[in-house]
Ligand binder design. Structure first.
Ligand SMILES: [Zn+2]
Length: 181
């Protein structure tokens, strides 16, 4: 999986970067950030039982989860426009798809994209991103934290910034041009 940095860069490329004032005064940027990291909330039940990776890359990393997540958010935030509801779906699904583009050191490889209709895991034929290390299944919280703050992960984040940074720059440039035309 890519790091939260990679996930947030991709999310803002999809939704547009919020202005500095918007970040603290509007719900929208918070919802985008939440959708960007929501699939990885599957770490939480594992953290509670002392094995953070136990449930990671399960059903929350599927297209069905993206649909359910979007529907729940649309029901809670009824004032969201159709475009923004779609952006939330795209940000969540973007997280799941980008996970399948990262190196995966442990089976099952990739994500169960078609769950619950098909339990098979899918990984992209090309690997764009390095694996953001977060311990192996069965590793305790201490070893997971040590892994997260490793030199390897600095390198993994650098690759994400090198790939997704220019993408974000391009999408922002496109948005600015459209606004000024
Ligand atoms: Zn993920």
């Amino acid at each position: 999986m890519p790091s939260p940095v990679g996930h947030v860069l991709l999310a803002f490329a999809i939704s547009g970067v919020p202005g500095p004032r918007e970040v603290f005064t509007r719900w929208w940027p918070v919802l985008v950030l939440f959708a960007a990291i929501a699939p990885d909330l599957d770490f939480l039940p594992g953290i509670l039982i002392g094995d953070p990776n136990r449930f990671h890359h399960g059903p929350s990393h599927s297209i069905a989860a993206a649909v359910v997540f979007t529907m729940v958010l649309a029901l809670i935030f009824r004032s969201l426009s159709k475009v923004r509801v779609f952006v939330i779906f795209a940000v969540y699904l973007g997280h799941v798809l980008v996970d399948t583009l990262a190196a995966d050191p442990g089976a099952p490889y990739g994500a169960p994209l078609l769950w619950p209709f098909d339990d098979h895991y899918t990984i992209a034929p090309v690997t764009l991103f390095s694996n953001f290390g977060h311990g192996a299944q069965g590793a305790g919280l201490g070893s997971v934290i040590r892994d997260i703050f490793s030199v390897h992960n600095l390198w993994a984040v650098a690759i994400e910034v090198a790939i997704l940074g220019p993408l974000l720059w391009l999408t922002e440039r496109y948005r600015r041009r459209r606004r000024s035309s």
